[in-house]
Structures are given as structure tokens and as C-alpha cells.
Design a protein around this ligand. Structure first.
Ligand code: HEM
Length: 366
């Protein structure tokens, strides 16, 4: 006869959360060398809190990658992707805010224990590197320092895992492939791209005529304004021509494939169509995540400047100078920010054929 399962040890708040272990993890170096520094507790807890949130972000990202990595992404799972991405952005806002708590430590207080930390540094945060790689930060874009690769600062097993992740599909590449597979760009004999191009050209011709016939403008002002308009037209021309667009990709000015770019633009322009509601919010969430990560990088760099001035970091980098450069260089989803360049007012949008509108809508009212 099978033995009855023994009753589970009663779960308590403390046991469930493993608080004994968790609350034993704050070991102050300054106490160990018998020169207790009051603010070291804050320093440790702040970093540990970050690492816990990083763990949660990775948990969300892995779920998103699993859904988006399917050959066909089931539409009913897209809502989950959106919720996880929006949760990541919500966590990031807390991460940016948290810097303010650490800034309640003054530079002089920090000096009480800073020397005890070398050569450790946030540069060795394995989870931070996993987040960057899962999002899709490319090795070639990384700001180098001391001619060292970013992963050389990590222990060898972590180094292997971080490098392996670089070769797995990232959020950037999976979203790109999903966009490139999007139907609707061509629907029966309707070609969205042709219709959009036609309307953009009409819009630019109207703008040109408005400048040329504006009696309030001097000849010089007209020349300047027409010159600006030519730049706008040129900008549009590069995206109407797949070969010219590819040249931008090859030159590193764009990252998104042409097919994905056109789909993303269509989603933005027609985001009021029910079928595009969630895709639009997914793309918006990517922009928010990228923006929040840049904000964190910027706030962290400012805090570092405030704490250590222009000293080098404990990890050996040029400190604040290196960090400032990463703010711009390590952005991942800039292509989605730049889509706004190609938006046109709703009044200039090609009207979609009725049959296509029906495909993009809800049918319950039929
Ligand atoms: C007094 C507070 C802090 C100072 C002075 C500081 C300083 C620095 C410096 C100088 C670097 C550049 C690498 C180096 O040479 O060490 C760095 C990198 C880094 N720090 Fe901090 N940091 C502080 C707080 C934090 C906190 C609270 C976190 C949260 C996890 C953090 C995470 C990171 C990360 C992830 C990097 C790598 C950034 C990258 O390579 O893009 N730091 N930190």
C-alpha cells in the first residue's frame, strides 16, 4: 500500500521567501576590515535590488522570446507579449528612480569604502549583459575600453553563456522577422506602398506650391525653405527605393530589414485598424524599453560623475566618459523611433479598400 504523503511543512512568509538567506546577503566589506561605513549597506542593497529586478526582466524576456520565436506567432499570444514588455518598461522606470536613493549617499561617504571594492564593478554584471544581448545589442556597436571585449571582465563560465546568447535570436531579430512576414502590404490588387508613395509625393508637391506662392516670403526665405523641403523629399526617396535603403543598412545607418520597415510603418499609419492595435502597442513598448534603458544609462553616468568626478572606474574604464558614450551608442530600437520621420497626417493617408478594412476589423457586427 502506498504510504500517505507526509504533510508539507507549513509554509510561512519567511520560509516561502527564503528570508533567512536573503537577509544574510548584506556583508559589509568595511565591517570586515573593522572600519564600518554606514552607507555601504545602502550601496549593497541597491545593487542587490537591481540584480533581483534584472532577474525578473530576464524572466519576462525569455517568455517573450519563446512566443516570438515560433515559426508562426499565434495572435492570441501577442497580448501576453505586450503585457510582459510593458511590465519590463514599468520595472525600468523603478530602476531609473532608484538612482535617486543611491544619490542620497555623498561622494565623501562613498570614499569611506570605495577602495575596498576594487577591482569589482557593475561592468561585471552578468545579468545586465544577458539583458543587452537578449534585447539585441550588437557586439559591433559596443563602446570598447582598454581594447578589451565586454565579456572579458566576466568569470569564464558566465563569459561562455553570455557569448552563446549573442548568437541566439534576439528580441530585435525576432520582431523583425515577425514584421517581415506580415500580410496586408499587398491585398488583391491593392499595393499599400504604391498608394502611400503616391500620396507622399502629392503632399510634397502641395508643400512646394505653398512655399512658391507664399507672397509673405522673400526670395531668400523661399530658397531656404525649398532647400529644406528637398531634404525631406530626398529622405523619403531613400525609403521608396529598396536598393538605396539597403545601402543605409550596409552603412550602419539603419538596422531593420526593408520588409520589416515597411510593415512597421504600415502598422503605425493604420494603427486605428483593430488588427493593428496590439502590434502597434508592441512596437511602442520596444521604444519605451529602449528609451528607459538609455535614461538609466544617462542617470547612472551622471551619478558616477557626481560620485567620482572624472576618476577611472573600479572596473578600470574611463568611468563617466565611457558610460556617457554608451547612452547613444548602445541604443537598440532606434529604427522604430525614426519611423516618425515617415508619418503623414491622417488626412493624407491612402484610404484602404473596403475589403482590406474588413480584414483588419472585427466581424462580430456583421
Ligand atoms: C556609487 C555608485 C556607482 C558608481 C560610482 C558606479 C560606477 C561605475 C563605473 C565607473 C562604471 C564603468 C565601468 C568601470 O570602470 O567600473 C560602471 C559600470 C556599470 N555599473 Fe555602476 N556605479 C554605481 C552604481 C551602480 C548601480 C547601483 C548599478 C546597478 C546594478 C550599477 C551597474 C552598472 C553596470 C550594469 C555597469 C556596466 C555599464 C555598461 O558597460 O554599459 N552601477 N559603474
Amino acid at each position: 500500500m502506498p504510504r500517505a504523503a507526509s504533510p508539507p511543512a507549513s509554509i510561512t512568509y519567511s520560509r516561502y521567501l527564503r528570508l533567512d538567506t536573503l537577509l544574510d546577503c548584506q556583508q559589509l566589506q568595511s565591517v570586515k576590515v573593522r572600519k564600518p561605513a554606514h552607507d555601504e549597506m545602502l550601496f549593497i542593497i541597491t545593487h542587490q535590488t537591481y540584480e533581483l529586478w534584472f532577474k525578473q526582466i530576464l524572466h519576462e524576456l525569455d517568455a517573450v522570446l519563446a512566443i516570438m520565436g515560433q515559426p508562426v506567432v499565434p495572435e492570441r499570444e501577442l497580448g501576453q507579449v505586450l503585457r510582459y514588455l510593458e511590465r519590463i518598461a514599468a520595472i525600468q522606470r523603478v530602476l531609473v528612480e532608484q538612482i535617486g536613493i543611491l544619490e542620497s549617499m555623498t561622494p565623501l561617504d562613498f570614499l569611506d569604502f570605495r577602495d575596498l571594492l576594487a577591482p569589482s564593478s557593475g561592468f561585471q554584471s552578468v545579468q545586465f549583459r544577458h539583458i543587452e544581448n537578449r534585447l539585441g545589442l550588437q557586439r559591433t556597436r559596443r563602446v570598447g575600453y582598454n581594447a578589451m571585449s565586454y565579456e572579458s571582465a566576466l568569470p569564464s563560465d558566465a563569459r561562455r553563456r553570455v557569448k552563446a546568447m549573442e548568437n541566439r535570436p534576439s528580441l530585435f531579430s525576432l520582431i523583425e522577422q515577425w514584421l517581415a512576414r506580415m500580410p496586408f502590404l499587398r491585398f488583391r490588387d491593392y499595393d499599400f506602398w504604391q498608394a502611400y508613395r503616391h500620396n507622399v509625393q502629392a503632399m510634397l508637391a502641395k508643400d512646394r506650391a505653398a512655399i512658391e506662392h507664399n507672397a509673405m516670403l522673400s526670395a531668400q526665405a523661399k530658397t531656404i525653405q525649398l532647400g529644406e523641403l528637398d531634404k525631406t523629399r530626398e529622405n523619403f526617396e531613400t525609403v521608396f527605393d529598396a536598393t538605396r535603403y539597403q545601402a543605409l543598412v550596409d552603412g550602419g545607418q539603419r538596422r531593420l530589414s526593408y520588409a520589416a520597415f515597411v510593415s512597421a510603418l504600415m502598422i503605425h499609419l493604420y494603427r486605428d485598424e483593430p488588427m493593428f492595435h496590439t502590434p502597434f502597442r508592441v512596437l511602442t513598448a520596444l521604444v519605451a524599453i529602449d528609451e528607459d534603458l538609455s535614461l538609466w544609462r544617462y542617470r547612472h553616468a551622471l551619478m558616477v560623475n557626481r560620485m567620482i568626478g572624472s576618476k577611472i572606474g573600479t572596473g578600470g574604464s574611463s568611468g563617466q566618459e565611457y558610460l556617457q558614450r554608451t547612452v547613444e551608442a548602445h541604443r537598440i530600437f532606434t529604427d522604430y523611433f525614426n519611423l516618425s520621420t515617415y508619418l503623414v497626417p491622417r488626412s493624407m493617408l491612402p484610404v484602404l479598400p473596403e475589403a482590406l478594412q474588413r480584414e483588419l476589423g472585427f466581424h462580430w457586427h456583421d
